[in-house]
Design a binder for this molecule. Structure first.
Ligand code: PLP
Length: 377
């Protein structure tokens, strides 16, 4: 085959595919002259809530803010402990800190790399105990965290559950959309996510009208009604242009997730035939393949060899949270979270997005098979 190179991601392809819808949405807002907290945001909130079967959605400025404001709306206060996975995107932890809380890390499951309920139980029984107020499971890469056991533990210990569904649009746990299983679910519409804006955007979904009302107030200076502040808020609104663009793209989301899943099936078959271990999909879960991630002990060499063949890859993420400079004070040394540490050394993401062509996918699969076929773990 004759590709110079398969890029890891090319967002302009999606824009070209939906350009008429996106341009019309943005122009409509520009011409209307109402740019913040108007009818587009309200309509997107209704449409996004309906698309994931939630009673309420509240648009905010980012996935990070969605997490921070959801935690605060669930009653997390400065000094409270919030548990989350040691292996996640840094914003999960940024958001906990921004809520004034103290992050407490828990190791992940070696197969799904999501929060390990056994490790969570140990932490709750021997570690933080009563000081913990909430837990933030992360649906990493688009594979649902094991919500059944996590929700049971949370109930036993009186914890709120705020889901980090930033990578989870279209993922199901026991048939239910992720984000709708806990007290609140937090989505990011960062441009690379399964549903992406043309800038920053996020949303909190919840079944609880009080949590929804608190997030809506917090995002707008803490106003309860105009110029009446009952709580101390921030400015974290979803602007009208982004909301209109998200409304234009939302009808495509199911098809995009289906395309991701079909590419993942193709990679699974091609790579499994060559003896590689492919990403796990639990029997009670539907993975939405925000990322397609292999684990390779020889990762750096593997990546270099793929690149030499013209296949770009990425690493999500090269350091677990407790080994990040910013979070050295979270009280763990190297060796503290062995599964997270090994994951950070071994994970490698292959190009997978809805507009990747079949020919490109075949090219990627062939390159991976040839570079890794016999050398799998
Ligand atoms: C992208 C992401 C976030 C943050 O979302 P932003 O919109 O970039 O603030 C949080 N958690 C996870 C797991 C993410 O992938």
């Amino acid at each position: 085959m004759s590709f110079g190179r398969v890029e890891f991601l090319d967002l302009a392809r999606q824009y070209r595919a939906v350009r008429a819808d996106v341009d019309a949405a943005a122009s409509r807002v520009l011409a209307r002259g109402w740019y913040v907290l108007g009818e587009e945001c309200a309509a997107f909130e209704r449409e996004f809530a309906a698309s994931c079967g939630a009673a309420h959605a509240v648009g905010v400025n980012s996935g990070t803010d969605a997490l921070t404001l959801a935690l605060r709306a669930c009653g997390v206060e400065p000094g409270d402990v919030v548990l989350t996975a040691a292996f996640t995107a840094a914003p999960t932890v940024c958001a906990i800190v921004a809520a004034g809380a103290v992050p407490r890390l828990v190791d992940v499951d070696p197969v799904t790399l999501c929060l390990d309920p056994q490790a969570l139980r140990r932490e709750l029984e021997t570690g933080v105990g009563g000081r913990a107020k909430a837990v933030v499971p992360v649906h990493l890469y688009g594979h649902p965290a094991p919500m059944g056991p996590i929700l049971r533990l949370a109930r036993e210990h009186g914890l709120k559950v705020v889901e980090d569904a930033a990578q989870g649009h279209g993922a199901l746990y026991e048939g239910k959309p992720v984000g709708t299983l806990g007290d609140a679910g937090c989505f990011s519409f960062y441009p690379t996510k399964n549903l992406g804006a043309c800038g920053d955007a996020g949303a909190v979904v919840t079944a609880d009208p009080e949590i929804a009302a608190r997030v809506a107030s917090l995002r707008n200076y803490g106003e309860e009604s105009k110029y009446r502040n009952r709580i101390r808020g921030v400015n974290s609104r979803l602007d009208e242009i982004q909301a209109a663009i998200l409304r234009a793209k939302l009808p495509y989301l199911d098809g995009w997730v289906a395309a991701r899943r079909s590419l993942a099936r193709f990679y699974d078959e091609e790579l499994a035939a060559a003896g590689l271990t492919t990403p796990h999909e639990a029997a009670n879960a539907r993975h939405c393949y925000h990322l397609y991630v292999l684990q390779r002990p020889d990762r750096e060499r593997f990546r270099e060899r793929l690149l030499a063949r013209g296949v770009a890859t990425a690493v999500h993420y090269p350091l677990p949270i407790h080994l990040q400079e910013a979070y050295r004070d979270l009280g763990r040394e190297p060796g503290g979270f062995p599964v997270a540490e090994r994951a950070a050394r071994e994970v490698v993401s292959l190009p997978l997005y809805p507009e990747l062509t079949d020919a490109e996918a075949r090219f990627v699969a062939a390159a991976v098979r040839e570079e890794a076929g016999d050398g799998d773990r």
